[in-house]
Design a protein around this ligand. Structure first.
Ligand SMILES: *Cc1c(COP(=O)(O)O)cnc(C)c1O
Length: 235
């Protein structure tokens, strides 16, 4: 089942690239395995998946040692400063940096471990109250401040678009974030690249790819619906 789902998602990414005149190699599919059991991650790994997305530090800590060493782990969920120390040096990319204080903590821990951490800044493009992330207006300033911190590299921007029935409704937000990333990229800020644009989930990733996503985060479309009972994972 996972293998078939993956093929479908890859096919839709390919089609979206064709629509937009893009090379499909520009797009990384991150398989979002949060709440899913290891057996499903292993199945995905065997089908060729190397990029896995998780949104909880505890779950990452449990899964990382159980999976092969060539997996690239993506931290995509809200990150508390007191948990930074557990994931620095273990994850490939942190997608969800939404404050200078968090960036500073990541920098401190990176220096302590003598390593470098790649981060994206999370932008709440639609300005939904329920979501984390900075506004479009705040982004350049945070990019500049974060770029001065040792041990971290700002690699681009991320957004979680609203939950909508019609993916077309999110096109406007993807387009805005792409434009902002181009604008900031043109400023040639030291230690900043705007190469990564992480946007698009199961409901809207083809639209996100058409609008320039280089990284889509797909969970349900690969692993199926998630089961939550009172906040507990029962999968
Ligand atoms: C859960 C999650 C996803 C994947 O969502 P699906 O709708 O299941 O594809 C993507 N990004 C983030 C930040 C998430 O928390």
């Amino acid at each position: 089942m996972i293998r078939d789902n993956l093929e479908q998602v890859q096919q839709r990414i390919k089609e979206a690239c064709e629509n937009a005149g893009r090379d499909e190699k520009e797009v990384t599919l991150v398989s979002v395995s949060k709440t899913k059991p290891l057996s499903m991650l292993q199945e995905a790994y065997e089908a060729g998946v190397r990029d896995f997305g998780e949104n909880k530090v505890q779950e990452l800590m449990e899964k990382i040692p159980e999976m092969p060493g060539d997996v690239r782990w993506h931290m995509i969920g809200h990150l508390q400063r007191n948990k930074v120390k557990y994931i620095v040096g273990k994850v490939f990319l942190i997608h969800s940096v939404d404050s200078l204080r968090l960036a500073e903590e990541i920098s401190r821990e990176a220096c302590r471990q003598n390593t470098d951490v790649n981060i994206l800044l999370e932008v709440n493009v639609a300005e939904e109250e329920s979501k984390f992330g900075i506004t479009l207006e705040e982004t350049e300033e945070l990019v500049r401040k974060a770029s001065e911190l040792p041990g971290i590299h700002v690699c681009g921007l991320m957004t979680i678009a609203p939950f909508v029935e019609n993916a077309e409704d999110n096109r406007q937000y993807f387009r805005k974030l792409k434009q902002l990333s181009v604008d900031i990229g043109r400023k040639n800020i030291d230690n900043v690249s705007m190469n990564v644009l992480s946007m698009g989930m199961t409901g809207d990733y083809p639209v996100a790819v058409e609008e320039g996503a280089t990284c889509v985060r797909v969970g349900t479309g690969i692993f199926g619906e998630r089961d939550y009972v009172k906040g507990m994972v029962i999968a």
